[in-house]
Design a protein around this ligand. Structure first.
Ligand code: ZN
Ligand code: FE
Length: 256
């Protein structure tokens, strides 16, 4: 087991990059590169040198910082095979089921299409760290832009199946708005009500609501609860398939 230091870096208006630093080798990776300046500031404060960027998907708010960071650090950029030619930014590509080692730690690649077709999630089983970017947010999920609802639900299930105590990092600080929507779906969910109160207090102090855990999202996030009898009853869809329930709440959120 490693002694990695993990630092979440707020960037742009509501994005996060996440830096993982291995004190033994000095290697430092960034999950996505929303903004070079914000990432460089944290690297400089800590005296870290960026060695790798792991890209989750091709959207500009996750890759725009890559050229400047590569120029400054000569780091290796790893990204999804499915968007390699479109972005032209990756030194190495990965796809579903790939496993590689970074600073001695195993990193697994899980294809999680739906928001975009290239979207992947990085999973570090030994450290129990999940980097799910725009697949799952706290109390929410990414917009289904390139895939369809069935595809997104299948992708969410893959990440929901990871251990309950895994730490889940996400691409955006959307939790407060997500919570307001989630309460319209499950107004009587006590765990959700408590989480929204906590989120309101954190945001009042301008503190992040992330990372979260798989267990917390299973208890509170409507998009992970589409097969939960309590949620299905709350929206009177007891007899629908989970994929249909997911599609219904995702469609409601689009209009919220
Ligand atoms: Zn995105
Ligand atoms: Fe994004």
């Amino acid at each position: 087991m490693s002694d990695f230091e993990v630092v979440q870096v707020p960037a742009r208006s509501d994005n996060f990059a996440v830096l993982v630093h291995d004190p033994q080798s000095g290697a430092t990776l960034s999950i996505d590169a929303p903004e070079a300046d914000a990432i460089e500031t944290v690297l400089n404060e800590r005296g870290w040198k960026l060695s790798h960027i792991l890209v989750t998907h091709k959207h500009f708010d996750h890759i725009e910082g890559i050229p400047a960071l590569q120029a400054a650090y000569d780091c290796e950029v790893v990204g999804p095979e499915a968007s390699a030619s479109e972005t032209g930014m990756y030194d190495r590509t990965v796809k579903d089921g790939d496993t590689f080692r970074w600073a001695g730690a195993e990193i697994r690649v899980i294809a999680t299409p739906g928001h975009t077709l290239d979207h992947i999630t990085y999973w570090l089983p030994e450290e129990k760290l999940v980097f799910a970017a725009d697949l799952i947010f706290s109390l929410g999920c990414g917009r289904v832009i390139e895939g369809d609802h069935d595809m997104m639900w299948t992708s969410i299930l893959k990440v929901r199946d990871l251990p309950d105590d895994a730490t889940l990092y996400c691409g955006h600080e959307y939790t407060l708005a997500n919570g307001q929507f989630a309460l319209t779906v499950e107004p009587d969910n006590e765990a959700l009500k408590a989480r929204v109160a906590e989120v309101e207090a954190l945001r009042e102090k301008d503190k992040p609501t992330l990372p979260t855990t798989i267990a917390q999202e299973k208890a509170t996030n409507p998009f992970l609860r589409a097969d939960e009898p309590a949620l299905m009853a709350a929206i009177e869809m007891e007899n629908a398939s989970p994929a249909k329930v997911f599609a219904e709440i995702r469609t409601r959120k689009d209009k919220f």
